[in-house]
Ligand binder design. Structure first.
Ligand SMILES: Cc1cc2nc3c(=O)[nH]c(=O)nc-3n(C[C@H](O)[C@H](O)[C@H](O)COP(=O)(O)OP(=O)(O)OC[C@H]3O[C@@H](n4cnc5c(N)ncnc54)[C@H](O)[C@@H]3O)c2cc1C
Length: 384
């Protein structure tokens, strides 16, 4: 049986392993962290196309059993004035990253897929017979027929494929996520254009408000991301909304428990996705700014389509076919998400114009304008 080495046990990694198993290809996942649930503070929206990709391999429940749905967006300005509403039909599911990764790992384990933790890839070498050996920081190694880099935005596999690969672009924004024990209307995402920064939140069925703040600032180091306390991030985030009257600063200040910061990046067009028996998928190949809330769904789609291609073609032809299918779609998402990023602090005139124009723009928006993204369907049996 063909054996794949998958680097990264985040989202694309375990999904790829399950899809490959369904395609008759063996796979082991190697994850750098000792457990699979880092970034425990963050939450994400999984759109119907992401759930559809999981459903193609019988794993849709990994999202649906641990998420809650939203059916619309409401937009407010910094004064708390409602500017517009936008139905989301069909809408996204909201889930913590921890719950999603745990559910994917549990489903992979149920299918007898091995996930090795504490395995940080440092290098790879090609054997005389064309197979590939992955080398890990702790001295371990593993040999397989192909190596899939599902190792995220700061991918090591990307630079093994092409040492000249571009680095992700830092977008000058941090996203800070938290949970406030404040009940709110369920089923909607409330988006606020604060004077200094954009803010979004939604309510869980348990009566919590889950929020994110997109605030400007320089790129945070790994140490800063991990070491600063919740109180620090609470004050930092709340400060951006102190002059607004939309209740955002108060909500942030009501937050108890962990608050998670992250840097925002994108990577628009990676010249090389594969070399020999190695390929990258998910954020390692294409990183969308978080604005569209679609990176995880795309990672799930990638994982399933790559497995279909490997089912239907020899490895090199499969990689070429995968890139042919996926590149236009994922690059369109990265461009779309980057365009949605113009939310940082405009001056008073631009704010006024935005408040006037936003309802009109949303009203004029064709009903199916995001259908290409959210209604994408993968039919497992379809030959690629
Ligand atoms: C603030 C923020 C909010 C977001 N919100 C959303 C959202 O609402 N909806 C959405 O769809 N997407 C969202 N995203 C994007 C989403 O998180 C990513 O697109 C998605 O996680 C990509 O999945 P992946 O499997 O490719 O990478 P990841 O989920 O990043 O997984 C990569 C894994 O590889 C491991 N790894 C890294 N290097 C190595 C190595 N050398 N050896 C072994 N393992 C390694 C990492 O530890 C990690 O577990 C958001 C992103 C951010 C930053």
């Amino acid at each position: 049986m063909t054996e794949a080495i998958i680097i990264g046990g985040g989202i694309a990694g375990p999904v790829a392993a399950m899809a490959l198993r369904r395609a008759g290809i063996g796979a082991t996942v190697y994850e750098a962290y000792p457990s699979g649930a880092e970034d425990i503070g963050a939450f994400m929206s999984i759109f119907p196309n992401g759930v559809d990709a999981l459903a193609a391999i019988g794993a849709g429940h990994a999202v649906l059993d641990h998420a809650f749905p939203a059916s619309g967006l409401e937009f407010f300005n910094g004064n708390g004035k409602r500017l517009a509403t936008l139905p989301l039909v069909p809408g996204p599911q909201t889930i913590t990253r921890t719950a999603l990764v745990r559910a994917l790992h549990a489903e992979a384990a149920r299918r007898d897929i091995r996930i090795e933790h504490g395995a940080r890839l440092t290098g790879a070498s090609i054997e005389p017979d064309g197979r590939v050996t992955a080398h890990f920081a702790d001295g371990r190694s593993a040999t397989g027929d192909l190596l899939i880099g599902a190792d995220g935005v700061h991918s090591r596999v990307r630079t093994l494929i092409d040492p000249a690969a571009p680095s992700p672009r830092f977008l000058g924004l941090r996203t800070i996520c938290g949970y406030a024990p404040v009940p709110a209307e369920p089923g909607v995402y409330r988006m606020t254009y604060g004077r200094k920064a954009f803010f979004g939140c939604t309510a869980s069925p348990e009566g919590e408000t889950w929020w994110f703040a997109n605030v400007p600032g320089p790129e945070l180091s790994r140490a800063e991301l991990r070491e600063n306390s919740a109180a620090h991030w609470r004050d930092h985030a709340a400060g951006f909304y102190a002059r607004d009257r939309a209740g955002v600063a108060e909500l942030i200040r009501a937050t108890t428990g962990r608050i998670t910061p992250s840097n925002s990046y994108d990577l628009a067009s990676l010249p090389r996705w594969s070399a020999g028996p190695m390929i990258v998928i998910g954020d390692a190949a294409h990183t969308a700014a978080p604005n569209a809330g679609h990176g995880a769904s795309m990672a799930m789609e990638d994982a399933v389509v790559l497995a279909q291609c490997l089912r239907d073609h020899p490895v090199r032809a499969a990689f070429a076919r995968f890139e042919e299918i996926r590149r236009p779609r994922v690059e369109r998402l990265v461009a779309t998400s980057a365009r949605m990023g113009g939310r940082a602090a405009p001056g008073p005139v631009k704010r006024l114009l935005r408040d006037l124009m936003l309802p009109r723009l949303l009203a004029k928006r064709p009903r199916n304008s995001s259908a290409w993204l959210t209604e994408h369907h993968i039919e497992w049996a379809e030959v690629q």
